[in-house]
Design a protein around this ligand. Structure first.
Ligand SMILES: [Zn+2]
Length: 384
């Protein structure tokens, strides 16, 4: 029996079941297995199934941005200036927390700990500690934190009740038993210590809903429920300060349970499930309508990879197209990634694998494409 991993309510049918037997991870890798998502009627949490081999996956397979130490993701381009995700996370954290001089801070599930590493440059007074379930990241940690302040797999007993702040950047969505984790966090904090974290907001980033390694899709009510039940108070959840994410703070202290209003959230979850069902249906109907015709996919990021994973005739795809010079010349799932203008003549159907909110505008700007005899397929085609 499936149960909610926040409030433990037994769950019946999934609100969403993918058609395809292969799925994408948040790192755009293909995995065997179908994505099913359940919506909890009590706390509105959304969950999928954990990998059978979760422990091994995070010990060795989950290699986020490990290839290049300085690699970072772009959060936005503001007045011509690139704002990196790490920098945005630091300015958000500093705006939300009042960090006293010398505060003891533990990044819990820190991976490379890029955010805390940069923060340690801005706030040299902080007493930073690191924890993760993988030993892969040690060489990154050792560059700015001494080994006695790092822990792998379990935290030492001496760390109990000793931190002013625990941070968690994009970690809780991967954890099959978040209740255990949040209780551990609570035990590591001093009285009045603050848990600060960030998780994806599936309503602000629809892609989050269908990635197989995000076993949790927290909603504002389910996140509040989780923190409240672990013994936190003064729970604040902000869905605006970081695009596509929920940023929260919660204090260890005497509890005051807040009532939950979940009806609106549950309705939004159902709408999101219908959205992805329509996307899947559109992809499979297009395959049938254009059987035997050579196809290509525009975009080699998440949405392009998603189309590939959901097609049942990926053999008929000649290539991916991508405007990014960093992607051109690489391969995705064994197919070449070409510049858009190198689209082969025999391709007659082009799937648009871009974020649906910008896809039409991007394609409209490509005048050269309008002279080609080619059918464009948009992800949200069926949804007008
Ligand atoms: Zn629940």
């Amino acid at each position: 029996m499936m149960h909610c991993n926040v409030c433990l309510t037994e769950l019946e049918k999934p609100v969403y079941a993918a058609h395809s037997n292969q799925s994408l991870t948040s790192l755009c890798e293909l995995r065997d297995g179908q994505v099913n998502v359940w919506s909890c009627p009590v706390c509105s949490h959304l969950r999928s199934e954990a990998f059978a081999d979760t422990v091994a996956y995070y010990e060795s397979d989950y290699k986020i941005l490990l290839s290049d130490e300085e690699e970072d993701q772009i959060y936005e381009v503001k007045e011509g200036e690139i704002v990196y995700r790490t920098d945005h996370q630091i300015s958000t954290l500093l705006s939300k927390l009042n960090l006293p001089a010398g505060a003891a801070v533990l990044d819990y599930g820190c991976a490379k700990a890029s955010t805390l590493k940069k923060l340690s440059g801005v706030r040299t007074d902080l007493n930073i500690h690191l924890f993760d379930v993988s030993s892969m990241y040690k060489e990154y940690w050792n560059k700015f934190v001494s080994a006695d302040k790092c822990a792998i797999h379990t935290t030492p007993e001496s760390w109990a009740s000793s931190f002013d702040v625990l941070t968690s950047f994009f970690a809780l969505e991967h954890i099959p038993e978040p209740i255990d984790t949040v209780k551990k966090v609570h035990a590591l904090l001093k009285d009045d210590g603050v848990f600060y974290g960030i998780v994806p907001n599936t309503f602000g980033n629809v892609a989050d809903f269908v990635v197989i390694d995000h076993v949790n899709h927290f909603t504002a009510p389910s996140l509040a429920y989780l923190l409240d039940s672990a013994g936190f108070t003064d729970i604040q959840i902000d869905d605006a300060v970081h695009r596509g994410a929920l940023v929260f703070t919660a204090r260890k202290g005497a509890q005051s349970s807040a009532g939950l209003n979940v009806a609106e959230t549950i309705a939004r979850s159902e709408e999101l499930a219908r959205y992805w069902e329509a996307v899947n249906q559109g992809i499979s109907q297009t395959s049938q309508a254009y059987a035997g015709v050579t196809k290509a996919i525009y975009g080699s990021g998440f949405y392009g990879a998603y189309i590939a994973s959901a097609m049942n005739d990926f053999d008929g795809v000649a290539c991916f197209l991508d405007a990014s010079p960093f992607q051109q010349g690489k391969e995705l799932f064994g197919k070449p990634i070409l510049s858009p203008q190198s689209l082969p003549k025999h391709v007659k159907v082009l799937y648009v694998g871009l974020n649906p909110s910008i896809a039409r505008a991007v394609m409209n700007d490509m005048r050269w494409l309008q002279e080609r005899n080619i059918s464009l397929v948009f992800l949200d085609e069926q949804l007008a």
